[in-house]
Each structure stands twice: as C-alpha cells, then as structure tokens.
Design a protein around this ligand. Structure first.
Ligand code: NAD
Length: 488
C-alpha cells in the first residue's frame, strides 16, 4: 500500500468509486520523489455519474431550510478543526508545503469558510420592492450544479472556498482537484458525509484538463468556478460562454508591492518575504514585483538578504522547516529557468539563484529563495508569472512613477503598499489596479473579505457576502393586487 493511497479515485454520491479505465494519475511527494498514491482520471461514465448524482441531490437540497444547510456546513467545519493535524499532514504530502504552514493556513482556512458560510446561509434573502399597490419580491435561488476546478497550491482551501458558499446557497458541487494534488478534496468529501450532508452534494472527480472541460461543457452543469492560470481561465471561460453559464475565474498575477522611504523597514521586508517565499512562492497573489524607493533600496536589500539567508529549507514534515520544495518537475524546471533568465537579462542577483539540496531528501525539488534587484520593467522576470520563490526588486523615485509602473501589467490580482503616511497609503491603494490591496501588510485573505482579480487575473469574487451573488440568481416575482388592465 502506498503512503497516502485513498480507497478509490473518485467520491460520488456518498461513496468512493473507481474506474480503472481512466488515465493514470501518479501522485508524487515532491520532497522525496516517492509515489504516494495512484489514481485514475474520470472516464465519461464517471463524469456522467457525478453529474446525475449532483443534479438529483441538488433538487432536494434547494428545498432544505437554509439554516439547516448552514448547520451541516458548520458541523463539517468543526470536524475539520478536530482533525487539523491529520488533514495538515495530508496537505503536506499532497503539496509538499511545510507542515508549519499547513497546520495554520489550509484545513483551518477551509473551516473558516465552512463556519462563515454556515453562519450566513440563514441570512440569504431576496428583496421586497414596493410599486404602490402592486409589489415585486425577489427570490435568491441556487444556480443548480456547480463545477469547481482547483489549482494545486491550496487544495483544501480552494475546495472549501468554492464548496462552502455553493452549498450554503443550495447548489451541489462537483470538484475536480488538480491532477497534481488529488487527495485533500477526497477527505473533505468524507467529512461532509460524516457531518450529515446528503450524498451527492459534494462529489469529487479526478482528472486532467480534459475532465475539467467535459464537466464545464455538460448541459446539466450551470456554473464553473476555476482557480488556475490565465491561459486555462481563457479556455474555461470561453467554454462556459458557449453554454451561457455562470463563471468565476481566480487566475494568476504579477502583483506589485510599493515600499516608500518612510516605511517601517523591518515590516516592509517581512511583508515582501511573506509575499514571495510563503508556500515556496507558489501563491497567486504574491508580490513578485517589489518597488522600493531609491533612498532605502540598499538598506532594504541588505536586511532582506540577511533575513532570507536564515530561511530553513528542509523536510516538509518537520515543524521547524520554513520552506519546502516546488510541487513538480515541470514547476522546478520553470522556476530554475527564470532564475537563470534573470541573470541573463542583467538583473543583479542578491541571493539564491538556483537549486539546493537537503540531506536525506536528495530527490526533492528544492530551490533557493532568490532575490533579484536592479530589475527593469521590460525584463521577462518582471512581466511573467514565475510561481516560485523569486522576488524582483525594482527601484523608483516618485509615487506617480511607482503607480504607473505597478499598473502597467495585464494582471490585476493583488497589490500592496508600505508607508507610515496613511493618507498616501489610502491614495495609493485606490490607484492600484488590483482586486485586493494591503496597506502595511501582505497576503492576508480572511474569509470575510472579497477575493478575486481585476483585468486578466479574473472574473467574480470568492469569499465574503460577495460570493453569495456568484452562487445564486435572482427571480423577480411580480404580484398584482388589482384587475388586469388589458387593451384587448
Ligand atoms: P492550471 O491552469 O494549469 O490548472 C488549474 C486547473 O485547471 C487544474 O485542475 C487543471 O487540471 C484544470 N484545467 C487545465 N486545463 C483545463 C481545461 N482546458 N478545461 C478545464 N480545466 C482545465 O493552474 P495550476 O498550474 O494548477 O495552478 C497555478 C496557477 O493558478 C497560477 O497561475 C496561479 O496564479 C493560479 N492560482 C490562482 C489563484 C487565485 O485565487 N486567483 C489561487 C491559486 C492559484
């Protein structure tokens, strides 16, 4: 038996289901190169089964009192919290992110979402519109069967951020995890059943991109929410468009962090490091372009290099480890490629710049946390999403210049500003073209806050009350109180 082999590949209608005819999915633990599970991608029969089960479960669920729906979601949240350690270990095996992170950032943030949407379920409401004698009321109705497609960096969190609002609103969800991290969503499906959620409301089917598109294209699917890259987002949005379906797209970024010369230097460096090195840099909202005021640039770089040198790279299951490997060989090659490219393009290598090794983990895909300075706007390392621990430091002189350069990108997921001048902080946050802006911190995404991108970084918002709008549709009911005035 492999280390993390689940009972079967898919979870449909309350139980594990297998179809060995599907393409092999090999789940490799990136710290050791060891195969920890073998699964199969969904065949058309599995896809059909998952949709039929979701459709029939959703009809009853839509008629369940929202407060009752909420209770079940909160119960699932409780179970997640009780099992945080076990779920965090699985998340670490699935993603190779250090357990120091997964213990606080993954299952726990999934539970946050289940508690939050469990709490607001009973508050989802329509409106009464007075027309004099007649009136209209609106009903906020579920969309039906929703498909969630996940990226590999936060498999539990992504599944919960999509499932919690979808289910609270009376929908069913079919979740397709990334082929690189198939395990965590299966555990979530088990937990939902244990919490008492009716079978079929949260089904998990495995697969590569083709399974994702087959689900989105299916006539009985009403909505898709994707977390992934911009190229995938374009394809999935086009497919949803063909079927005139609802769509939420959480895509990539190349976010900017602007550090003014009055900033608290240690805090700004801490923010920049969190926004580049957490999860080995594999976070969509990362501040991969750090604009530092010319006056403080050298001091900033000196302390940044000192603090970066202390990052503990190692065994992800050791609680002392602060940075694990990258997720896959493809990602490893991509990140090493950009590290080499930065040097070819003439950026100054401040620290890192290549692969590294960890004793006892010789097959692990470890790289050094890397900082480039003297980066210019035209360099590819400043324009393209690297998705690894590679920070680009650019310098600037004026606020207008920093803003114009920060906004000169097709992406618009997130941004940040460090300054002690709060008037400037708010002015800069207003001018930054991004879905989320942080003032004097970076990368905090509590469930109470809307999260999503502008420009090519996405469509729609997850979390907060805003998510309710993306998992419901309004029906207007006109009520006449007098005779019908007809000219005929
Ligand atoms: P990806 O786009 O390669 O894959 C994402 C998911 O889409 C996977 O499950 C994949 O199987 C599926 N997929 C691929 N092609 C498809 C198709 N044609 N139709 C349907 N589904 C398809 O992304 P990734 O490499 O898994 O994740 C990294 C990317 O995700 C980065 O760009 C990152 O910025 C982004 N991301 C965004 C957010 C956010 O909330 N905005 C969060 C995490 C990651």
């Amino acid at each position: 038996m492999m280390r993390a082999q689940p009972e079967a590949s898919h979870f449909i209608d309350g139980r594990y289901v297998e179809d060995a005819g599907g393409r092999l999915i090999e789940n490799v633990y990136a710290a050791t190169g060891e195969t920890i599970a073998r699964l199969h991608a969904a065949t058309p029969a599995i896809t059909e089964q998952s949709i039929a089960s979701a459709k029939s479960a959703q009809k009853k669920w839509a008629k369940t009192a929202p407060a009752e729906r909420g209770r079940l979601l909160r119960r699932a949240g409780d179970i997640i919290r009780e099992r945080n350690r076990e779920l965090s270990e699985l998340e670490t095996l699935d993603t190779a992110k250090p357990i120091q992170e997964t213990l606080i950032a993954d299952a726990a943030s999934g539970a946050d979402a289940l508690e939050y949407f469990g709490g607001v379920a009973g508050a989802i409401a329509g409106q009464h519109i007075d027309l004099g004698a007649d009136f209209v009321y609106t009903r906020r109705e579920p969309l039906g069967v929703c498909v969630g497609i996940g990226a590999w960096n936060y498999p539990t969190q992504i599944a919960c951020w999509k499932a919690a609002p979808a289910l609270a609103c009376g929908n069913a969800m079919i979740f397709k995890p990334s082929e690189l991290t198939p395990l965590c969503a299966l555990k979530l499906a088990e937990i939902f059943i244990e919490a008492g959620l009716p079978a079929g409301l949260f089904n998990v089917v495995q697969g590569y991109g083709d399974v994702g598109s087959a689900l989105v294209a299916h006539q009985n699917v009403d909505k898709v929410s994707l977390t992934g890259s911009v190229p995938t987002g374009k394809r999935v949005l086009a497919l949803a468009g063909e079927g005139v379906k609802h769509a939420t797209m959480e895509l990539g970024g190349k976010s900017a962090l602007i550090v003014f010369d009055d900033a608290d230097l240690e805090d700004a460096i801490g923010g920049a490091m969190l926004g580049n090195f957490y999860s080995t840099g594999q976070i969509c909202s990362n501040a991969t372009r750090v604009f530092v005021h010319k006056k403080i640039k050298e001091r900033f770089l000196k302390r940044l290099a000192e603090r970066t040198a202390k990052i503990l790279i190692g065994d992800p299951l050791d609680e002392a480890t602060q940075m694990g490997p990258l997720i896959s060989a493809a990602q490893y090659e991509q990140v090493l490629g950009y590290m080499a490219l930065g040097q070819e393009e003439g950026a100054r290598l401040v620290c890192g710049g290549g692969k590294t090794s960890v004793a006892g983990f010789e097959q692990g895909l470890f790289v050094q946390p890397t900082v480039f300075s003297d980066v210019t706007d035209g360099m590819r390392i400043a324009k393209e999403e690297i998705f690894g621990p590679v920070m680009c430091v650019l310098d600037f002189e004026t606020e207008d210049e920093a803003l114009a350069r920060a906004n000169a990108t097709d992406f618009g997921l997130a941004a940040g500003v460090f300054t002690r001048d709060l008037v400037r902080g708010h002015r800069v946050a207003a001018a930054l073209e991004a879905g989320t802006c942080w003032i004097n911190t970076y990368n905090l995404t509590p469930v109470e806050t809307p999260f999503g991108g502008t420009k090519r970084s996405g469509v729609g918002r997850e979390n907060s009350m805003a998510a309710i709008e993306h998992y419901t549709q309004l029906k207007s009911v006109y009520v006449a109180t007098g005779p019908v005035e007809s000219p005929y």
